[in-house]
Ligand binder design. Structure first.
Ligand SMILES: Cc1ncc(C[n+]2csc(CCOP(=O)(O)OP(=O)(O)O)c2C)c(N)n1
Ligand SMILES: [Mg+2]
Length: 327
């Protein structure tokens, strides 16, 4: 894609999406601190540019698999915000009836195959999905988001292998934030992802994951190739995990100066700089901010006022009772 045709409309969509994710996660951050969110919460604040930009190239038939830090991936794929909040708050109106929570939001109608608490487990799901999409032959692709910490998992290597061997239409997106829980990832992996891609013969691009223009451009190239050639492609996005591993993490292991560096690289600030440089007016930006904020508040109010699941429904959707009764 040439700079001459810098797609202002696409970047506006991306900014709106990224802002929506930021507002939703800031809301969850507050609710969690107030003790209103059950379970764990892993926020992707600082990483919003990745899924927001990639989603600009996705179609309805494409699928997405995610990880434990999956709110942004989920909302960027178009999952309804009210149902998303309701799910995380355990309400009956949640996307999954309030049974999944933060790490298990899925909406198969939209091709959102789910967040996932098992590190690396999105990759085999995506590999199966990509095989199905290839067999259907409509040019749809499967996208998987995973962290740099997942690279040490054996099944990641297995999936890269089979994706290449069977020429599956997969966009592997590594959100490299430098951390795996409380440890720098460089202490866990002997090779760089670029080298691993080379070892499997899979095409690879790196992008600044905090810059919507960089991710949008790289993802456009990668996704174009995947659709045209039915191949796997790896996109590594260098990004920033602004919050702790989970909410409540004291983060006393963080090096001095990292917070300031992350603030300088805030993807939303960079996005505004990019839009302004392209001639987008300050009024448009402030209107979008107000719209996103209002929509966030509406969705949150509805979710907060939704009922909890009926206790009588506890065993609905449980399908292993018969199996367990045999032993
Ligand atoms: C198979 C497995 N091993 C270990 C864990 C514990 N664990 C949860 S998140 C995480 C680190 C993930 O790091 P990364 O993939 O880089 O994602 P990030 O949290 O940085 O977004 C680990 C080791 C797990 N959930 N699943
Ligand atoms: Mg990481």
């Amino acid at each position: 894609m040439s700079r001459r045709n810098e797609p202002v409309d696409a970047l506006k969509n991306i900014y709106r999406r990224a802002l929506k994710i930021r507002h939703a996660e800031k809301t969850l951050q507050t609710l969690f601190a107030e003790g209103k969110v059950p379970g764990f919460l892993h926020l992707s604040i600082g990483q919003e540019a990745v899924a927001s930009s990639i989603s600009e190239w996705l179609r309805d038939g494409d699928t997405v698999s995610s990880n434990h830090r999956g709110h942004g991936h989920t909302l960027a794929k178009g999952v309804d915000l009210e149902g998303f909040f309701a799910e995380i708050l355990g309400r009956a109106t949640g996307i999954c009836g309030g049974r999944g929570g933060s790490m298990h939001v899925a909406d198969l109608r939209l091709g959102m195959l789910g967040a996932n608490g098992i590190v690396g487990a999105g990759l085999p799901i995506t590999t199966g999905s990509a095989l199905a999409l290839k067999m259907k032959g409509q040019g749809d692709i499967a996208v998987v988001y995973f962290g740099d910490g997942a690279l040490a998992e054996g099944l990641v290597h297995e999936c890269l292998n089979i994706a290449k061997l069977w020429s599956l239409p997969i966009l592997f997106v590594c959100e490299n934030n430098g951390w795996s829980e409380f440890s720098p990832t460089r202490r866990q992996m002997a090779v760089k992802l670029a080298d691993l891609a080379g070892a499997f013969g899979i095409d690879y691009l790196a992008a600044d994951g905090n810059d919507i223009t960089a991710v949008h451009e790289a993802a456009g190239e990668a996704i174009g190739r995947i659709r045209r050639e039915t191949i796997p492609f790896i996109l590594e996005c260098q990004t920033t995990r602004v919050r702790g591993h989970y909410e409540g993490d004291k983060q006393d292991y963080r090096p001095e100066g990292e917070a300031e560096e992350m603030a300088r690289r805030d993807p939303l600030v960079i996005a505004v700089q990019r839009l302004v440089a392209l001639g987008v007016e300050a009024d448009w930006i402030s209107n979008v901010q107000a719209e996103v904020d209002a929509a966030n508040n509406r969705a949150l109010d509805a979710a907060m006022n939704a009922p909890m699941p009926d206790p009588a429904s506890l065993l609905d959707d449980v399908y292993t009772l018969e199996a367990t009764s045999h032993g």
